[in-house]
Design a protein around this ligand. Structure first.
Ligand code: CO8
Length: 263
């Protein structure tokens, strides 16, 4: 598989079987539109099915963003039914990434907001560069995280911290993300790729079958997962029918402050 097969991703595999997958929409801060999601699914299918790939490093193109969220222009036209469907589609793809039986490391190299933070959380390990900024700002758009964030953040950092991040929509710096358990490590931006590669090499020295069973077992401790995701998608769809959602996304696209009414 080569870059020619993707419009929004850069995909390479080195001689040791380490794949690097780069989300490549830097003019939109690598926001996840439908095409990026479809191509991510295609790339992970290849990664799973191809024995020459041993593990994956996922990152964003440019120095500014890992992924700044779902594409708000595409979100802005969603209604209750399509909103729920879009949430379920993203959840399915992120679950597919999380269930990859080979190690997946997110190299978070800038903004990881909304769907971008959720994508990083679906990876097995997160290496953050010191300029990384994490956040789930969906409430500012009249929404909630809809790609698994309500479930994964709670498991990663605990209920209290998850509530604070999700209800305030606040951005947090890489160091704070490390202190809360959202990031595994923080490294200078210039060392991000090297650190992620070294961690990957360490994992690839272990038994691949043991690593894949460990990934499966750790993922399986999430007992209420399916119910949690169903509820998240259902609420996401409901919110797509509100005036606050229309106001939130219009305000972002028109570059002004949102005025919410609670309807
Ligand atoms: N979607 C679409 N375009 C975006 C996004 C986005 N999420 N983020 C940035 N962009 C675009 C901007 O519109 C701008 O485009 P243009 O140059 O054409 O105007 C370009 O990227 C550069 O961005 P800025 O000029 O805004 O750059 P700044 O450095 O001033 O600001 C920020 C950077 C702070 C990251 C700012 O861009 C921002 O706040 N972005 C939005 C962040 C956000 O709210 N993310 C969450 C989105 S909602 C979400 O992810 C829901 C996930 C669940 C969905 C489930 C069902 C679909």
């Amino acid at each position: 598989m080569s870059n020619q097969e993707f419009e929004t991703l850069l995909f390479t595999v080195d001689d040791d079987g380490i794949a690097t997958l780069v989300i490549n929409r830097p003019d939109k801060l690598n926001a996840l539109n439908n095409l990026v999601l479809d191509e991510l699914q295609k790339a992970f299918r290849y990664i799973r099915e191809n024995n020459s790939v041993k593990g994956v490093i996922l990152t964003g193109h440019g120095e500014k963003a890992f992924v700044a969220g779902a594409d708000i222009k595409e979100l802005s036209v969603l209604g209750p039914k399509s909103g729920r469907k879009a949430s379920e589609k993203g959840q399915d793809i992120f679950n597919y990434i999380e269930e990859t039986p080979k190690p997946v490391i997110a190299l978070v190299n800038g903004y990881a907001l909304g769907g971008g933070c959720e994508l990083a959380m679906a990876c097995h390990i997160r290496i953050a560069t010191d300029n990384a900024i994490f956040g789930l700002p969906e409430v500012s758009l009249g929404l909630i995280p809809g790609y698994g964030g309500t479930q994964r953040l709670t498991r990663l950092v605990g209920k209290g911290r998850a509530m604070e991040m999700i209800l305030t929509g606040t951005h947090i710096q890489a160091q704070r993300a490390f202190e809360t358990g959202l990031a595994n490590q923080v490294v200078p931006a210039s060392e991000g790729y090297q650190t992620a590669t070294e961690m990957m090499r360490l994992i690839l020295k272990k038994s691949p079958v043991a690593v894949s069973k460990a990934i499966h077992a750790v993922n399986t401790c999430e007992y209420d997962r399916d119910e949690g995701y169903k509820l998240e998608a259902s609420h996401f769809g409901t919110l797509c029918g509100t005036s606050d959602f229309k106001e939130g996304v219009s305000a972002f696209l028109e570059k002004r402050k949102a005025k919410f009414t609670g309807n």
